[in-house]
Ligand binder design. Structure first.
Ligand SMILES: NC(=O)c1ccc[n+]([C@@H]2O[C@H](COP(=O)([O-])OP(=O)(O)OC[C@H]3O[C@@H](n4cnc5c(N)ncnc54)[C@H](O)[C@@H]3O)[C@@H](O)[C@H]2O)c1
Length: 408
């Protein structure tokens, strides 16, 4: 098929490269011409295993082309995927202005009947709103929703082997066409209406956020009760009705999706006057995770002349350069708010962190002397301080604010 993908970010590239690898002709368009140029050269603006290689390969083979800005015409396209960013508004729901702008441009530059597939995460009702807008402009079109569930770090693997696919819309022929694109996969398919598909995506991420906060609350309790946190959670997760996924306690959840989508679900609930106490609680617990670590750190520094703290791990998860909604960055800012001298260590994420934290912190190249130079080290990414030589006055805390003792 001939496919157009609007948005050359994380989701757009995984989608475009994913379909190009399955034999389709894909045109990607991004409004950022510099990004488009770098993508044509195979350079990604983020770290993602094997995506850069596959992008280079599919561009070289001619299966994938990248436009910087919308061309006058893409020619006829079977499906046009919208993968642009949807940042949160002040009210907590998702800003759909970029979706609207992308669809307006697609409506001008795709020839013939326009089959829009929204892959971005959107507020329930967005597809209907877009369809009404296109109808008002008398543009023959249909709008479907096909949310993306990939995890950063395994994007292409998740594209090929998802746990399920969700497609929503009301034009049966267009939905058939979209479903046939996924014929290579035997993942269960949930075929539904657009609003349902939109809400499934928000509900999934909000539920994952609840699990992380639940794991943290259980861990805090285990810690206070003198129980072994790891074993308690292993015992909980071994129950097949619960499972182990996202039951890892620590500084809480961050990243480009969980906090944003949790808040969008809460905002949607508020708009409908529906209670969301459980989801509100998950957000509160996530905030409290930072207060807990700051409180314990201040307790350890009480009465000391030096107040030097090192935070190890800045990206929202290990092996990533993404600091979007990173709890670790929030922790650094909270520690600086307490007038502590803060150093940070995360080689992969240093460049992105520098753009946010500037020169307010010291960026370490290695942890070799961290144990001598700091009073407290906070190990946000588990295991990253293993092997660091500690001087007697230095304590290592984990993301739950418990002292860490690495036994090799
Ligand atoms: N990153 C993830 O892990 C992930 C996973 C699932 C879903 N999502 C959702 O997918 C959407 C995209 O996320 P992302 O992480 O890929 O965002 P991103 O910020 O990495 O990329 C978005 C890209 O869209 C481009 N863009 C903006 N407006 C445009 C327009 N009108 N036309 C063409 N390009 C335009 C931007 O220049 C940018 O390159 C969001 O709604 C997000 O919530 C993200």
């Amino acid at each position: 098929m001939n496919l157009v993908v609007a948005g050359g970010g994380y989701v757009g590239l995984a989608t475009a490269v994913g379909f190009a690898r399955h034999g389709h002709q894909v045109q990607v368009v991004d409004i950022d011409p510099e990004r488009a140029q770098r993508l044509r050269e195979g350079a990604l603006p983020f770290v993602e295993p094997s995506l850069a290689e596959e992008l280079t390969r599919t561009v070289a083979s001619g299966a994938l082309t990248v436009h910087g800005g919308y061309p006058d015409s893409f020619g006829p396209a079977d499906l046009a995927f919208v993968c642009v960013d949807t940042s949160p508004t002040e009210a907590g729901d998702l800003d759909s202005s970029r979706i609207v702008a992308a669809v307006d441009d697609l409506a001008r530059s795709v020839e013939g009947y326009l089959r829009v597939v929204i892959r971005s995460t959107v507020n329930p009702g967005t597809a209907r709103m877009i369809e009404e807008r296109l109808r008002a402009h008398e543009r023959p079109a249909t709008v479907m929703v096909n949310p993306e569930f990939l995890r950063e770090g395994t994007a292409l693997l998740d594209f090929d082997f998802p746990s399920r696919r969700v497609v929503g819309g009301c034009d049966a022929e267009a939905l058939d066409m979209l479903c046939s694109l996924y014929a290579f996969s035997d993942a269960p398919l949930i075929r539904t209406d657009a609003a349902t598909a939109e809400l499934i995506k928000l509900a999934v991420n909000a539920s994952l956020a609840v699990r992380v906060s639940m794991a943290n609350e259980i861990a805090y309790l285990a810690d206070s009760a003198g129980a072994d946190v790891k074993s308690v959670l292993a015992g909980v997760g071994a129950d097949p009705r619960i499972g182990m996924d996202y039951l890892s306690p620590g500084l809480g959840f961050g990243g480009s999706c969980l906090p944003k989508d949790l808040n969008a679900l809460r905002a949607t609930s508020r708009a409908f006057g529906v209670p969301s106490a459980l989801f509100d609680g998950a957000a509160n617990t996530n905030g409290a995770a930072i207060e807990r670590v700051v409180g314990r750190t201040l307790g350890l520094l009480d009465g000391r002349e030096t107040r030097r703290v090192c935070v190890v791990g800045l990206a929202f998860k290990p092996e990533s350069d993404s600091i979007r909604s990173s709890q670790s960055i929030r922790l650094v800012q909270a520690l600086m708010g307490e007038r502590l001298s803060v150093s940070v260590y995360d080689p992969l994420a240093t460049a992105n962190a520098r753009a946010v934290l500037g020169d307010t912190v010291e960026y370490l190249d290695s942890l070799e002397t961290a144990g001598e130079d700091h009073d407290v080290i906070i190990e946000v990414h588990p295991g990253t301080t293993r092997g660091v030589r500690l001087h007697p006055g230095c304590t290592v805390l984990d993301g739950l604010a418990r002292p860490v003792c690495h036994v090799d």
